[in-house]
Design a protein around this ligand. Sequence first.
Ligand code: PLP
Length: 410
Amino acid sequence: MYVGGLKISNITDAEKIIYMDNAATTFTRQEVVDEMMKYFNILYGNPSSVYEFAGKSRDAVEKARKTIAETLHAKSSEIYFTSGGTESDNWALRAVAKAYKNKGKHIITSKIEHHAVLNTAKNLEDLGFKISYIDVDEYGVIKLQRLKEAITDETILISVMTANNEVGTIQPIDEIGRIAKAHNILFHTDAVQYYSQMPMDVRKSNISLLSASAHKFNGPKGVGFLYINEGLHMVPLIFGGGQEKGLRGGTYNVPSIVGMAKAAQIAHVNMKNKINTELQSREYFIKRVLREIPYTRLNGARQNRLPGNINFSFQFVQASELLALLDMEGVCASGGSACASGDSAPSHVLTAMGLEEELAYSAVRFSISEHTTRQEIDYVVDCLKRIIADKRRDNELIQYYSDRGRGRRR
Ligand code: PLP
């Protein structure tokens, strides 16, 4: 079987899928799996134990910490391993709230954050914190003037994602970092979609805390990290043993930590090529769709977006129906964060960008990778043309007959 142009053995061609949902998760690279294997059943010692055998696991964890720190221009001592992006986001917001509440109880974030941030912020509101949710423009870029105006003497943290998971819009984090520094406020960025896709420098961007997750960059699921600037006063989210300087209890997930570092290392070596390849594929895909499928809108910024992200609204078609039909053709894609089930609320991201409800319900995200081939894109565009034309015809007929029925009843 081929997935995103990669040959996967042991599965028949009949099960061929075209995977365009890399923002949801990515496959774990074979080199990463190979690197992880020996830490399951050969060097399986607990890094916290005292004997030499465990020291080998400890060394592997520390080497991984150094590898990751280097990708961010950070120090090893500033990297803390977690179970993924959700935990890192929770930890960043809750810990700052707890540790700095005597300075103030106000946090600024944006309306288009991932729910790992938004629901944590909501919980902090219940605990008496005031949260300002800053507007974004029609492309999903945070309104910097509004952000500046929201700052008060009570503000302790600004949390704005590096790039959005639905529309791929990249935020002006250098500018936000400068604003935060000028006001002596901490700056957290959820870089789950951005880290290891594009270069980052925590010092240059004045980032105090940064969340990342391995499964978004060809590493294993269930592992991530939080970068915490060394000057911060930090408190634990997870209480337990003395791991991570007593700030994050729990036995080290050695294979996954090693795998995450290997994935980050490969991603940073290949980054330029990957970006270029994805950009070419993205532009080809966008051009074909906008030219060949009428009543289609590209959501998000035209240039300042993640190289692999494409988000279209196909007017007069429900994303949930379209995704189900694409699935039948072997194509994996996603709707807005909450719209896949059809009857739930439209995406909070698209709504914040000012999209009408109908367009928000018709939004589909394709997140490609450097392995996505031209043939795959052509296949998906051909499927889209056929399915969308059929659906629009059906929907028109339904509309026609329901209007006639209504006319007769009048
Ligand atoms: N933040 C963003 C922007 C994400 O896209 C995701 C996952 O999709 C998360 C946080 C949560 O990360 P994890 O799946 O590692 O918990």
